[in-house]
Design a protein around this ligand. Structure first.
Ligand code: AMP
Ligand code: MG
Length: 313
């Protein structure tokens, strides 16, 4: 494992991109200060240049060197970092951050991950790593190294964790650069948990300018069509069930009806069911819209939205 981390660090030092596990999903990382390296993230993922990247840090002290973290963010950050929480805050002028990381915005998205291998990587590298999810743009996020290779090809070095990602859903993103903190993306940290610290948090409803690709209507999509709130499968449909077993279920996100477990299984099971040789479509059972269920439903609605309804190409 130590040799794998060393290889990953060598690649980052030479301006390459690497994939690495986090507790949310796999990330596709590059040195956040190296513009050419960061450009490789965009070309590898075919990601539009207007979508900024999350910068991964070892701890809060790293954040202070590149951004202004407002006082009101501290109770939340102190409680949930390291963890699946991203904050969007004003970028410091002259900070060593490549311009395309922030897509030219004056704000930056920051996260301190808790996955042990990811933390070893950050500690060994000693500098911020910019990393969106390690998957081709708009397609399913990856929670195993095998998914990453299937999505991005064999050419990317993957720092591998034999277990799949613990949360399995992307981080929750909160914008602290606005007068009232705003939720930009539902994620692995529930809204209820955040409201304990920020009761006044606003839910973003409109997209004036894309602040978060999670706000694009079509996103996180498998190749097969998705049918939501299904009670049973139609002919040739895979059936992704939740809760009490059904005789026709192909897979079950959680037979006990546990939403955390369903979240960690979501992308993993969609990767398995997204098989045009076996199925015409994927039917998915209703998921309760509370706790992590909000993030699951958010991903499913976007996955089910036809590409033609996307706001921007
Ligand atoms: P991904 O991991 O592919 O979902 O992408 C990283 C997420 O962080 C995207 O949803 C970005 O838009 C979001 N993000 C990063 N920086 C910013 C920022 N300055 N403002 C708003 N969202 C951001
Ligand atoms: Mg993504």
């Amino acid at each position: 494992m130590i040799s794998d981390i060393k290889k990953a660090i060598d690649l980052l030092n030479t301006g390459d991109v690497i994939a690495f596990p986090t507790e949310t999903v796999y990330g596709l990382g590059a040195d956040a200060s190296n513009e050419q390296a960061v450009q490789k993230i965009f070309t590898t993922k075919k990601r539009p240049g207007f979508n900024p990247l999350i910068v991964h840090l070892l701890d809060l002290s790293w954040a202070d060197t590149i951004a202004y973290v407002p006082q009101e963010a501290l109770p939340l950050v102190n409680n949930y970092w390291p963890g699946p929480l991203t904050i969007v805050v004003p970028l410091k002028e002259g900070a060593p951050i490549a311009p395309s990381v922030t897509a030219g915005l004056s704000t930056i998205g920051l996260r301190v991950p808790r996955h042990p291998l990811c933390r070893e990587l950050l500690k060994g590298y000693g500098k911020p790593i910019a990393a969106p999810s390690a998957n081709a743009s708009n397609t399913l996020s990856c929670t195993t190294a095998a998914h990453v290779r299937r999505s991005l090809g064999q050419g990317i070095y993957v720092l591998e964790d034999p277990a799949s990602c613990e949360c399995g859903l992307e981080s929750t993103i909160i914008d602290f650069s606005t007068s009232i903190p705003t939720l930009l993306r539902y994620g692995a940290l529930s809204l209820e948990a955040i409201q304990d610290y920020i009761p006044s948090i606003k839910l973003s409803t409109t997209v004036e300018k894309i602040k978060s690709p999670g706000q694009l209507k079509h996103h996180y999509a498998p190749t097969l069509p998705i049918r939501l709130n299904a009670e049973y499968p139609l002919e040739k449909e895979a059936f992704l069930n939740f809760g009490a077993p059904h005789p026709k279920e192909t897979l079950n996100l959680s037979r006990e009806g546990n939403l955390e477990k369903a979240g960690s299984n979501l992308f993993k099971m969609l990767h398995v069911l997204d098989d045009p040789n076996q199925f015409y479509a994927i039917a998915i059972a209703p998921i309760p819209n509370s706790g992590i269920g909000k993030a699951i439903n958010d991903r499913l609605i976007r996955a089910a939205t036809p590409k033609s309804l996307e706001e921007s190409s």
